[in-house]
Design a binder for this molecule. Structure first.
Ligand code: NOJ
Length: 747
C-alpha cells in the first residue's frame, strides 16, 4: 500500500490500532469471565446469544415481528435485537435480560447507522467524493455519538463493497469502484465508529459488510449471482475488508450472494480460511437478514438443520432474523454435526464485544433520555454534516464560468420537485436511520438564505415525485424560467431510488425529467443543473446542452445549504468522482482500472477489429477521479527520486501543482501506477495514493508521494501476493483521465 506522508501516516495507524487493543490483564480478566459464563450456560442459552431478531420495523422480507420477544429474553434465548429505537422499550428488554433471565447477560441493540443517526450526512458514495478520510472519520464519530446516546451499541456499517455497476442500487452505500480509495475510507469509518475505547460514550461497534463480492451481482441486479475468479475477488473486492480487519473492526456481515457457487454465509473459504485464518479476525461474523434461510433457495441445503451445520462450520457466528440457529443448531450440536467448541467460539466472540462495550458493567449505560436529548443534532454535528456535504459536491461542467452565480442577481428560478421536497428521503438518501425530512435544509431554503433581498426567487415544481412531470407543471416551470436571469434546475433520483433492492435497468434521469429539462432549456435561459442522485446517472443530453452541472448527490440534512454555498461561490467545489459515470447503460460495467485487452482502441479511435462499440465510444461521460473547481490547477515537473528501485527501496514521486486561477481552491492530487508486464495481465491504471491539497490563488506546491514495493504487489499467476520486477509507469493528475506520466523499473 502506498502511504502518503509516510512517517506521519504510518505512526498514526499504529497508535490507533494499538488503541483498539485492550491491555493484556483486562483482556485476560474478560476472557476468564466469558469462560466462567460459558461453563454455566445451557446449550439453549449459548445458541440464544447467537439469535438476533428485528424489533419495531423490518429491513428485509418475511419479517416475523415476534410477539414472543419478552419471553425469549427472559429465557435467555436471544442475544441481540435490530431495529428497536424506543428507549423505554430498550430499557424494559434490557431489564428482562439482566434482571429476569438466568444468566443475566445484557442484550445488544443494533441499527443501520449508515450515514448518520439523526444528523444525516451525504450518502456514503457522496462522502467518498470528498477523498477526505479524516473528515469521514469525524462524521462517523458524530454518528456513533448520536447512536450511542440513543441506546444503540452496534451499527451495520461501514458498507465496504466495491461496486463497478451503477445499475446496482447499493452503489450508493459504499465508496465506489476503487479498492485503494475504498480501503482508506473503510478504515476511517471504522476508526470513527469504534474509536479507541468501545465503552466510551461516543463509540459503537462497527460491522463491515457485505462479505464478500456482493457488488459483483450479475447485471447489477440486487441479490443476483456472483461469478468471479479468486484473483479478482482478492484484488478488487477483498482489500477494503482486509483494511477494516487491520483497523480492528468488531464484526463482519455475510453477503447474500454466492462466491464460487457457495452462499457467502456458508463459505468456508471466505470466513474460516481468509477472514479468521489469513487475516486473524478476532471479532464475530453475522449473517445478513435471513441469509441463512436463503441458502435453501440457493439450493445448497435442504432444511434449517443443513443450513445451521453449513453456516456454523464455515465460520458464521450470529444469525440475523433467520431463526435457523435457534430452531436447528441445538440438534446439530447434539448430533455432533457441529462441535460444541465451535459453538463456544462463536458465543465467546460475540460476548467479548458486550464486555468491550461496557454492558456487563452497566447494561443501562446507553439508555439515558437526557443524554439523548442533549446530543442529537447539536450545532457542531450540523457543521460537520455541512462541511462533508461541501466536500462531497462534484462540479461536472461549468461552461464560460456560469458558476458561481452572483448573490445580487435580479431574479432566479428554482425548478424541480427535488429542490424543495420533504418526502421520499429526497435530500437525505436511503438508509437515513432516524433522519427527519423536517430537519432538512432544502435547495430552495438554501437559495433564499443566500441571495440579496432584492433578488426575485421564482419556484416551480416542474414534476411530481418520482420524476412524473405533467405538462401543466412543465408549463409553470417554463414561465418561471422565462422570468428569471438564471435557472437552478434540480433533477435526479429520490431517496428510494438507490440503496437495497433498487436496481435500475435504465440509469438516466427518472420519469420524464428530461422533458422538463428540454422545455426549460428551450427558453434559452442559462441553466445550472443540480443533480441529486445516489448512483452514477447517464445524462449525455444534459452534458451536451446544459452549461453548468453540479452533482450534489443526496447530501443529507444540510444538503440544500451546501448546494447554495457552492452555487453562490461561498465554497469552491473540490469533490472528485469515486465512480465512473458512463455515457450510456450499454457500456456498463465501465471502470477506470480495467485491463488493456489484446486489441485496445488506438489513438485514432478507429473501432474496426478493436475492442470497441460500433455505435458508441468506449470513454465514459465523466471518468473516475474527475471533478472541476472554480479555479484551475496546473500540474508540472513530475519527478521520480530514481528510475530504478529495489524491492526494499522507497520511490519518492514529486509533482508541482499550481493554482492558476483567481480563487483559492483544493485539488485532490491522485497517483496511479501501471505494471507494464506481469505474470498476469495488469490494469491500465491503479490508484495508489491521493492527497487533498489546498492552494491559494496563484500558489504552487510540490506534492510528494512515497511508493514502496508493497504498493506494487498483486495476486500473481501463482496466487501469491507479490511485487514482480519489471517496468512501471507512474501517473499523477487531477483525474484518472488527465495525468502526467513517468517510468521506473523495479529490480
Ligand atoms: C439487509 C441489508 O442487506 C443489510 O445491509 C442490513 O444491514 C440488514 N438488512 C439489516 O437491516
Amino acid at each position: 500500500m502506498l502511504i502518503q506522508r509516510t512517517v506521519v501516516s504510518a505512526g498514526f495507524l499504529l497508535i490507533l490500532s494499538a488503541g483498539l487493543c485492550i491491555a493484556k490483564p483486562i483482556e485476560n480478566e474478560m476472557n476468564q469471565k466469558i469462560d466462567d459464563l460459558l461453563s454455566q450456560m445451557t446449550l439453549e442459552e449459548k445458541v440464544g446469544q447467537l439469535h438476533q431478531i428485528g424489533g419495531s420495523f423490518a429491513t428485509g422480507p418475511d419479517f416475523k415481528n415476534d410477539a414472543n420477544r419478552e419471553a425469549l429474553v427472559r429465557n435467555g434465548w436471544i442475544g441481540s435485537f435490530l431495529n428497536i429505537v424506543d428507549l423505554g422499550y430498550m430499557r424494559e428488554l434490557q431489564r428482562l435480560a439482566v434482571e429476569e433471565s438466568r444468566m443475566k447477560i445484557p442484550l445488544m441493540f443494533a441499527l443501520d447507522v449508515v450515514h448518520g443517526y439523526k444528523t444525516i450526512f451525504p450518502v456514503p458514495l457522496a462522502q467518498a467524493a470528498s477523498w477526505d478520510p479524516d473528515l469521514i472519520e469525524k462524521a462517523e464519530r458524530v454518528a456513533a455519538t448520536e447512536a450511542a446516546a440513543s441506546g444503540i451499541h452496534w451499527t451495520f456499517a461501514p458498507m465496504v463493497d466495491i461496486a463497478r455497476d451503477p445499475r446496482w442500487g447499493r452503489v450508493m452505500e459504499g465508496s465506489g469502484e476503487d479498492p485503494c480509495l475504498g480501503s482508506r475510507i473503510a478504515e476511517a469509518r471504522v476508526r470513527g465508529f469504534q474509536g479507541e475505547d468501545l465503552s466510551a460514550e461516543n463509540t459503537i461497534l462497527a460491522c463491515a459488510k457485505h462479505f464478500a463480492a456482493y457488488g459483483a451481482a450479475e447485471g447489477g441486479r440486487d441479490y443476483n449471482t456472483v461469478d468471479l475468479s479468486e484473483l479478482v475477488l482478492r484484488e478488487v473486492y477483498l482489500p477494503p475488508f482486509q483494511a477494516v480487519v487491520d483497523a480492528g473492526v468488531a464484526s463482519v456481515m455475510n453477503s447474500f450472494n454466492v462466491v464460487f457457487r457457495m452462499p457467502a454465509s456458508a463459505n468456508a473459504l471466505l470466513m474460516n480460511q481468509i477472514l479468521k485464518g489469513e487475516w486473524n479476525f478476532q471479532g464475530f461474523v453475522i449473517s445478513d437478514w435471513n441469509s441463512y434461510g436463503e441458502m435453501i433457495a440457493h439450493g445448497v441445503a435442504a432444511d434449517k438443520y443443513d443450513v445451521a451445520c453449513l453456516a456454523m462450520n464455515a465460520g458464521s457466528d450470529v444469525d440475523m432474523q433467520g431463526y435457523v440457529y435457534i430452531d436447528a443448531l441445538i440438534p446439530a450440536v447434539k448430533d455432533g454435526k457441529v462441535a460444541e467448541e465451535r459453538l463456544n467460539d462463536a458465543v465467546r466472540r460475540f460476548m467479548k464485544m458486550k464486555f468491550k462495550l461496557g454492558l456487563f458493567d452497566d447494561p443501562y449505560g446507553y439508555i439515558n433520555p437526557e443524554r439523548m436529548k442533549n446530543t442529537l443534532m447539536i450545532k457542531p454535528f450540523q457543521e460537520t454534516a455541512l462541511k462533508l456535504a461541501h466536500e462531497s459536491i462534484v462540479l461536472l461542467k461549468n461552461e464560460n464560468h456560469l458558476l458561481p452565480v452572483q448573490k445580487k442577481i435580479g431574479s432566479i428560478a428554482v425548478i424541480g420537485q427535488l429542490a424543495d421536497s420533504r418526502e421520499f428521503r429526497d435530500m437525505l438518501g436511503n438508509w437515513c436511520a432516524m433522519g427527519d425530512m423536517n430537519d432538512v435544509v432544502t435547495i430552495l431554503q438554501g437559495v433564499k438564505k443566500k441571495v440579496s433581498r432584492h433578488t426575485k426567487i421564482l419556484y416551480a415544481k416542474g414534476c411530481e415525485a418520482f420524476g412524473q412531470c405533467p405538462d401543466s407543471l412543465i408549463q409553470e416551470a417554463v414561465i418561471a424560467a422565462e422570468e428569471s436571469d438564471v435557472v437552478l434546475l434540480a433533477l435526479g433520483e429520490n431517496g428510494f431510488m438507490s440503496g437495497e433492492a433498487t436496481s435500475r435497468a435504465y440509469i438516466g434521469l427518472p420519469g420524464d425529467q428530461i422533458k422538463l429539462a428540454k422545455a426549460v432549456h428551450a427558453t434559452g435561459k442559462p441553466i445550472v443543473l443540480l443533480l441529486m442522485t445516489g448512483r452514477p446517472l447517464t445524462i449525455p443530453w444534459c452534458h451536451e446542452n446544459i452549461p453548468a452541472i453540479v452533482n450534489i448527490w443526496q447530501a443529507g440534512t444540510m444538503g440544500g445549504q451546501a448546494a447554495a454555498d457552492v452555487v453562490f461561490g461561498d465554497v469552491n467545489p473540490s469533490g472528485k468522482l469515486p465512480v465512473t459515470f458512463p455515457l450510456t447503460i450499454g457500456q456498463v460495467p465501465l471502470y477506470y482500472n480495467a485491463l488493456n485487452t489484446g486489441r485496445p482502441v488506438g489513438p485514432d479511435g478507429n473501432p474496426h477489429f478493436r475492442s470497441a462499440y460500433i455505435d458508441c465510444p468506449n470513454d465514459p461521460l465523466y471518468p473516475f477521479g474527475f471533478g472541476l473547481s472554480y479555479t484551475a490547477f496546473e500540474y508540472s515537473d513530475l519527478i521520480l527520486s530514481s528510475v530504478k528501485i529495489g524491492m526494499n527501496d522507497v520511490l519518492t514521486v514529486r509533482v508541482n501543482v499550481r493554482n492558476t486561477g483567481k480563487r483559492d481552491g483544493i485539488e485532490v492530487v491522485q497517483l496511479y501506477i501501471r505494471d507494464l508486464v506481469g505474470s498476469v495481465s495488469r490494469p491500465l491504471k491503479e490508484l495508489k495514493g491521493f492527497e487533498r491539497v489546498p492552494l491559494k490563488a496563484g500558489e504552487s506546491r510540490q506534492v510528494e508521494f512515497h511508493l514502496t514495493s508493497d504498493a506494487l504487489a498483486f495476486w500473481s499467476r501463482s496466487m501469491t501476493f507479490e511485487a514482480e520486477p519489471g517496468d512501471f509507469k507512474v501517473f499523477v493528475g487531477g483525474s484518472s483521465a488527465d495525468v502526467l506520466e513517468e517510468n521506473f523499473t523495479l529490480e
